[in-house]
Design a binder for this molecule. Sequence first.
Ligand SMILES: Nc1nc2c(ncn2[C@@H]2O[C@H](COP(=O)(O)OP(=O)(O)OP(=O)(O)O)[C@@H](O)[C@H]2O)c(=O)[nH]1
Ligand SMILES: [Mg+2]
Length: 693
Amino acid sequence: MSHTTDQIRNVTIAGHGQTGKTTLFEHVLFAGGVIPRAETLESGKTTGDSSPEEIERKISIHAAMGHVERNGIKINFFDTPGSSDFTGDVILSFRASEFALLMVDGRAGVQIETVKLWRNLDDRKKPRGVFIARLDNDQADFGKTLADIKEKFKIEPTPVTLPMGSGGSFKGVIDVLHEKAYFIAGDAVEKEGPIPDEYKDAVAAAREKLIEAAAEGDDTLMEHYIDKGSLSPEEMKKGLIEALAENKYIPAFAGAALKNSGIVPLIDFIADAGPNPRTAKDTVLSAEDTETEVPLDPDKPFSALVIKTTYDQFSGKLSWVKVISGKLAADTEAYNVSENKKERVGKIYTCQGKKLEEVRELFAGDVGIITKSATLKTNDTLAAADSSLNFVHLRLPEPVHSVAVNAVAKKDDDKLGEFLVRAAEEDKTFRYNFNGETKETVISGMGELQINIILDKIKTNQKIEIETHIPKVAYRETIGKKAGAEYTHKKQTGGHGQYGKVLLEIAPLPRGENYQFINAIFGGAIPKNYIPGVEKGVLEGMAHGTMASYPVVDVEVKVVDGKYHPVDSSELSFKLAARNAFRDAMRQANPTLLEPVMNLTVFVEEKYLGDVMSDLSGKRGKILGQDSAGGIAEIRAEVPQAELLRYSIDLRSITSGTGSFAVAFDHYAPISGRIADDVIKARESFKVQEADE
Ligand SMILES: Nc1nc2c(ncn2[C@@H]2O[C@H](COP(=O)(O)OP(=O)(O)OP(=O)(O)O)[C@@H](O)[C@H]2O)c(=O)[nH]1
Ligand SMILES: [Mg+2]
């Protein structure tokens, strides 16, 4: 069955690892009557964690989608991974959702991923709520967790549900909005009942707060509230919808998903007060490459964004689409704007985890799946025939962890290549790249866990025997001072000889300017038609420097003089002369090795700050700055790439797996002494053909 825009809500369940997101998702589907019983993580049968890699590791790796219906409203839920290695699927779910529910463990409070996700939601101005989870645990404390959130984020969440009891005596929750209590009922859905007397005062106080939040929703409600000191239930609902859509308050929920507690009032609240997709906007790129926001609008012609691509053993390629305007109908022709190609849309589906359910149409706001598309890729815009809408791509962080990989048997190269193409399409934070300079295939991603899962799939699913190693660093060479050299290439073999003489002067250029070639020949010492040969020779010389055969950069090369022979000179002769002249000049120009230096940003809990700093100084890092907010320290530093090749592993061990970082190339910097000697030594086996051809 299809639902119109006003009947749809989209919610992303996100949060720090192991806070109970997949368990909540499972119990939401159970309470919504979608599945006959809720499975546990330990059974390996949950709807959210259904892939072999998730079942094996008992963590979420991919976003899963499912939906429940309440009062005619279809609520799509996205269960997302907590590990920062799989942040790509959290980001695409946020993009597709008008509301995010952050799971916070009632024992641990705000954790590092909570802070990072919160900041991400701030950047998107995305309405959000918090679910204080696992309240059946003895150490869990609803009030303390709310206070922690207030302290870390400087905003006080407004409870929509309140817990009854805690730890071993946890009985259930009270729905403050609808004034009902829900009691744990074993394996069954929680049972509604009257609010016990002992909680009546607390509920009344919480209700006051909720009314205040609703009154924030619009000015007339605020006036009513000030006049009458209260709001009618209808007014309250209207106010809560508006205030939440405008991100004016943070609803807080209490619960213990594993015990089927706090689920029904959560679903009710989202159906009643969750943001309508009509309040959402998405961003398109104009022909001039400027970004503009377009409202989500069912009355405009059809457009949709492909947010994710997966490959299913039975159904083949699945393209997840969020419909932004109009409606997507099955068995129609649409237009892939990004590819400038027609796309024949066949069957369309919604899903409950892995299970697909065919629908005839999907309205703006909904998220569904197109199977077996011919042209669709993640980030493509699918639209009505004459559309020029082009949605901006998902903004994903750059990879931070890389491994070089090669197939042991040459015959497996193509198979490995095909697998990598597909893996990169399924997860846009995963990249592969053949580095022509180091002759390596380098795969990169958000962390060691993500990369190890890919490597496991190559070995076990694809049955490809592979070797892996730490990627090579792309060093460079440059010069420290001016120098000049001349070289005469002369050969007399039988008939035609070879002759060319070149005098070059080389000088350092500022860092990053790479190369400049100046022809300063006067009076035809080298005829014009041989100058391209000279430049080719210079470039060949620069391709392999004299120190360790790395490319030479930031050099100005001037041809100042030379000599030619009317019969024996040729482009080849001048090329060889110039190449050798360059090398001779470089040797006298104080050659220096350069190494790539990265810009590093590390996020860690404050208690690890000292350890991270001292580790970075041991890695020749230069600390640029440091900030702290919400108990999380952010350290910015410049660190040589050579020191960071295994940083995701090092940081994990320093921070017990809680730290994370972002890294990007910044500049090349000279190295000398023992560090340079080691680099040169490691390259000794790399022989460059220096002999004349
Ligand atoms: N006692 C108790 N345990 C819970 C509750 N919710 C989840 N758990 C347990 O916590 C563990 C982690 O639960 P998950 O649902 O996988 O947590 P998650 O947030 O999805 O984990 P990631 O996806 O890996 O980030 C499992 O062993 C669950 O059974 C709860 O309400 N009470
Ligand atoms: Mg999970």
